[in-house]
Design a binder for this molecule. Structure first.
Ligand SMILES: CC(C)(COP(=O)(O)OP(=O)(O)OC[C@H]1O[C@@H](n2cnc3c(N)ncnc32)[C@H](O)[C@@H]1OP(=O)(O)O)[C@@H](O)C(=O)NCCC(=O)NCCS
Length: 148
């Protein structure tokens, strides 16, 4: 059975492992620092972290925030799926759906009327999963930077 619940301080190792799998470009030290800041309540983001568990093992996560504006959204307090990940061996069995269901519930409890998310342009699997879960694609963005 799959359950979804907010992360607790005892989940730090499991959360770290899932985070590193989702965002391998970040160093272990950076992830650890963000996790510690979250539990110390010093982080503005994420606002909430949900873990999916099966038989006591963490197999997925959703990191959530509230954004004042999000692409294609009409409201100024948008629940935002900042991170969404299911361990490779657990995919295709409804874990991702259980996480977004819980994310929607969290967003409603925060008074939000929209849930938004994003994916890399070439992440076709994520795009398909978003569509299957009722998201509408609202744009494709290119990002730039410049030294100042
Ligand atoms: C995206 C991800 C979280 C989905 O998790 P999951 O547990 O496999 O999702 P589910 O099994 O709950 O599927 C949810 C819906 O999406 C669909 N779906 C999931 N993966 C799909 C895929 N690769 N292609 C097409 N549809 C897919 C499912 O069919 C299901 O729809 P249905 O209920 O109508 O059948 C998971 O694939 C993942 O972690 N990917 C790597 C990280 C990533 O890309 N995260 C998103 C970054 S924005």
């Amino acid at each position: 059975m799959i359950t979804v619940r907010p992360v607790t301080a005892d989940d730090d190792a499991a959360w770290l492992q899932l985070r590193r799998a989702l965002w391998p470009e970040g160093s272990e030290a950076e992830h650890r620092e963000e996790i510690e800041r979250f539990f110390a309540r010093g982080a503005r983001e994420p606002a909430a972290v949900l873990l999916a568990l099966e038989g006591g093992r963490a197999i997925g996560l959703a990191e959530l925030s509230i954004r004042a504006c999000a692409e294609g959204c009409r409201t100024d307090r948008v629940a935002y799926l900042e991170g969404w990940f299911v361990a490779a061996e657990a995919r295709g069995r409804g874990v991702g759906r259980a996480l977004t269901d819980a994310a929607e519930e969290w967003g409603r409890l925060q008074g939000c009327r929209e849930l938004a998310s994003d994916a890399e342009a070439d992440n076709d699997a994520s795009a398909a999963a978003h569509r299957a879960l009722g998201f509408t694609e609202v744009g494709l963005v290119r990002c730039f930077r410049k030294d100042l």
